[in-house]
Structures are given as structure tokens and as C-alpha cells.
Design a protein. Structure first.
Length: 351
């Protein structure tokens, strides 16, 4: 199943909605992406239970024409997802309320998903040093993904982790040193995965801690569905989550210092956490690799191919990330041989 264009109702102007006296307006800010979206919360001005008190809403406001296209795409995808018979989607995925006119294009107004971003706990002091806390995070996401795959499976097909990614890398980084060798490595990994079949399921496309909301130890919401597919390759979400969970392990460690709780991991060059996941030896590596292997086996793919899945996941970011520096940094991670110091030139601005 693919997302077909859906006619979205265009109602008020953004300024009219922001002036609605029934709401208190909170601006969360923009992302650092070149084509960012401004996130605005509309919280009921009256206490819950009062007559006429509206439900909380979230507005995604584009700041560029490219961002406007992404917002429109997300609105279409959310509409398609809620047409599926999935209780999990109904309870954890925002629902489109309306589209409103804004300066740079139509803004998306959606229901507000419950919970706090997983990044809140992730960056809390000592959280990622604790195997218990990390296991709780991984278990919550694994449970949510298992339900999503079960409720939205629609036939099987060969595992396809390339889907134009390597062609995109060649076009984007034709002048990058050793890009041809990197592409060969990625294509080999994807070819090994392609020997197996897996179900087609709903795929989020950017499943990382910042897009996952949690409450009482469970995933209560998942947001930012602009890269989603109604019938895609489920291994993409599994790889993306594992990679991004590892990426920020050294975020609060001074450069050159060992990362507390993770023997062998140092805050050296950008992407040290991903390099650690691929080649390191520690309890965090074991937990994340187990998450990937178990999910792969559940989908009918040998868990022994976990590294191929992660390499393909890194390549996807290199090919499609909006920020060229972020994309290039991922590309160079693939070229780091096992056991190297993972020196990545000209990417310090990505830390």
C-alpha cells in the first residue's frame, strides 16, 4: 500500500488560530535543519473538564518552501495511516485536524500526542550509563515496533535497504575520497540482506529518541511522520533507532575523554558512538545489537546480518539527510575500517 494524495481541508489562517482565546500558545522552537519547521503547542486555557475546553493541538509551521512540501507530505501520510485498522496507530500517532494558511505554505494542525520525548530521559545525568535504564528504553521501542509490524503487515518482499540510496550517494558525493569503495561496501551489505524476504509494514522513516514519546515506561506517541511509508521496509526503522541511540552517547563528555560507563568509548571524533556500536565491545553494544538481531529474526532475516543492516542505515542518512555536513559525516563513518580511531576530517561542526 502506498500513500495516495488525499484532499486536505484548508480552514483558517494561522494567525486566526493563534488568536483563539480558548488556547494558550507555546512555541517550542525550530530544528537545526536547513528547512526547519516551527512547532507550536496550543494548550487549553481552561482546566480539563470545563465545558467548552478544547483538546490540545500541535501546529507544524514550515519556514521554507521545501519545509512546506514536507509538512504537506506528513499530512497526507497521517491521513493514510489513520485509515488503517491499527489500534496502535490510533492511540500513538497524531491525527490531522486541519491545514491552515501560513507565510511559507500551509501549516499542519494535529492532535497532541501524550508523553515526554525519550531524549529528555536519555540526556538526564547518568541515564545512558545505566543498563537498566537503557534496557527500559530499548524494550519500550521494541514492543511498539513489534505491534506496529504485526498490525500493519501487508505481504512480503525481498529486504530492500538500498532503494536508490547508493545512487543518491554517488550523485551527492561524487568528489568525496573513496566514495566508490564505500558504495561497493553498502551495495554488498544490501545484496546479502536482499536474499531474504520480510513483511511490508508501516515505516516511520526517522525513528529516533526525539520523535518517540514515553509515559510510564511505554511508548505513548510517535511524531514527525513526514518520511513515512504505509508499506515499506521495516528494517529501516530498526537500524535508524539503534544508530541514533548510539550516536549521542558522548554528547556530554569533553573531547578526548572516556565516556563514563562505556569502556572503550572516547569522545574523539564525530560519530564515535556509532563506530563503537559497529566495532566496540561493551554492554551498550550488546544491548543495541541484540535489539537489532531479535527484530531481524522476528521479520525472517538472520540476526547474524545485523552489521549489514546498520551499514545500510548509515548509508540512508548519508544519501537523504537534509544537512549536507550531517550526511557527509555518516558517509565517512562507513569508510572507517574496524579498529581504526575513526578519524573523520571536517565534521567537527556536526558534534
Amino acid at each position: 500500500m502506498t500513500a495516495q494524495p488525499v484532499a486536505m481541508p484548508l480552514g483558517r489562517d494561522l494567525s486566526d488560530l493563534l488568536a483563539d482565546a480558548r488556547f494558550r500558545v507555546t512555541v517550542l522552537g525550530t530544528s537545526r535543519d536547513p528547512n526547519a519547521k516551527l512547532t507550536v503547542l496550543l494548550l487549553p486555557a481552561l482546566a480539563a473538564g470545563n465545558n467548552g475546553s478544547p483538546s490540545a493541538l500541535v501546529i507544524k509551521v514550515p519556514t521554507t518552501a521545501v519545509a512546506a512540501a514536507a509538512v504537506a507530505r506528513e499530512a497526507q501520510v497521517l491521513t493514510v495511516l489513520h485509515s488503517l485498522s491499527s489500534p496502535l496507530i490510533a492511540s500513538t500517532v497524531p491525527r490531522v485536524v486541519e491545514m491552515v494558511s501560513a507565510t511559507h505554505g500551509d501549516a499542519l494542525v494535529a492532535s497532541l500526542a501524550a508523553g515526554a520525548p525519550m531524549t529528555t530521559a536519555y540526556h538526564r545525568w547518568r541515564h545512558t550509563r545505566s543498563p537498566v535504564a537503557v534496557s527500559r528504553d530499548l524494550g519500550a521501542v521494541a514492543t511498539w515496533l513489534r505491534r506496529l509490524h504485526h498490525e500493519t503487515a501487508s505481504g512480503t518482499a525481498p529486504v530492500e535497504m538500498d532503494a536508490g540510496i547508493t545512487d543518491g550517494i554517488l550523485a551527492r558525493f561524487a568528489q568525496e575520497p573513496n566514495v566508490a569503495d564505500t558504495v561497493i561496501a553498502v551495495r554488498s551489505a544490501c545484496a546479502r540482506l536482499r536474499e531474504y524476504n520480510a513483511p511490508r509494514t508501516v515505516v516511520h522513516g526517522d525513528l529516533w529518541c526525539g520523535n518517540i514519546l514515553v509515559r510510564d515506561g511505554s511508548v505513548s506517541g510517535v511524531v514527525d511522520w513526514e518520511e513515512a511509508s504505509a508499506a515499506g521496509e521495516p528494517l529501516r526503522d530498526i537500524a535508524r533507532f539503534a544508530l541514533t541511540y548510539a550516536l549521542y552517547l558522548d554528547r556530554h563528555t569533553r573531547p578526548g575523554r572516556p565516556v563514563a560507563g562505556h569502556p572503550g568509548l572516547h569522545a574523539t571524533d564525530w560519530g564515535a558512538g556509532i563506530a563503537y556500536l559497529l566495532d566496540g565491545d561493551g554492554w551498550m553494544c550488546d544491548l543495541l545489537r541484540t535489539l537489532v538481531r531479535v527484530a531481524m529474526r522476528r521479520l525472517g532475516i538472520p540476526g547474524a546480518l545485523w552489521r549489514d543492516a546498520l551499514v545500510a542505515g548509515i548509508a540512508e542518512v548519508a544519501a537523504r539527510a537534509d544537512d549536507p555536513g550531517f550526511a557527509r559525516a555518516h558517509l565517512r563513518l562507513i569508510g572507517c575500517p574496524a579498529g581504526s580511531p575513526h578519524t573523520i576530517a571536517a565534521t567537527q561542526d556536526c558534534r
